[in-house]
Design a protein around this ligand. Structure first.
Ligand code: FES
Length: 117
């Protein structure tokens, strides 16, 4: 009962295997869980050694998704639709007026991580 209550606030856990090999300054896009039933399209980015998870859907407009690969300036995820940049640590837009990107809690577990969506 307590575990289910905690999950309500943390989200459902999804294991991402082998993410420890993600180089610093890069992002990888993926789908966790069933995208039609409480899963999500996410981007995991590594900045200065730390891993961060964001919803891949850009908050600027409905047609944008964050890109994977090299981060802008080694630290910002970006959306190719209008080239907005976002800080993966906070979800805040950089140099633009826009809503924050949705950030998900992430815990590193050896070579894997668990993302709570
Ligand atoms: S939709 Fe992503 S920057 Fe406009």
């Amino acid at each position: 009962m307590f575990k289910r209550l905690v999950q309500l606030f943390r989200g459902r856990p999804h294991r991402v295997e082998g993410i420890a090999s993600l180089p610093d300054g890069e992002a990888r896009a993926m789908i966790v869980g069933d995208p039609f039933n409480e899963g999500a399209q996410i981007v995991i980015a590594r900045v200065e050694g730390q891993l961060y998870a964001l919803d891949a859907l850009c908050p600027h407009a409905t047609d944008g998704h964050f890109n994977e690969g090299k981060l802008i300036e080694g630290r910002y995820v970006w959306c190719p639709a209008h080239n907005y940049r976002f800080d993966p640590a906070t979800g805040k837009p950089i140099g633009a007026v826009c809503k924050k990107a949705t950030c998900y809690r992430l815990e590193v577990d050896g070579d894997d991580c668990v993302v709570y969506v």
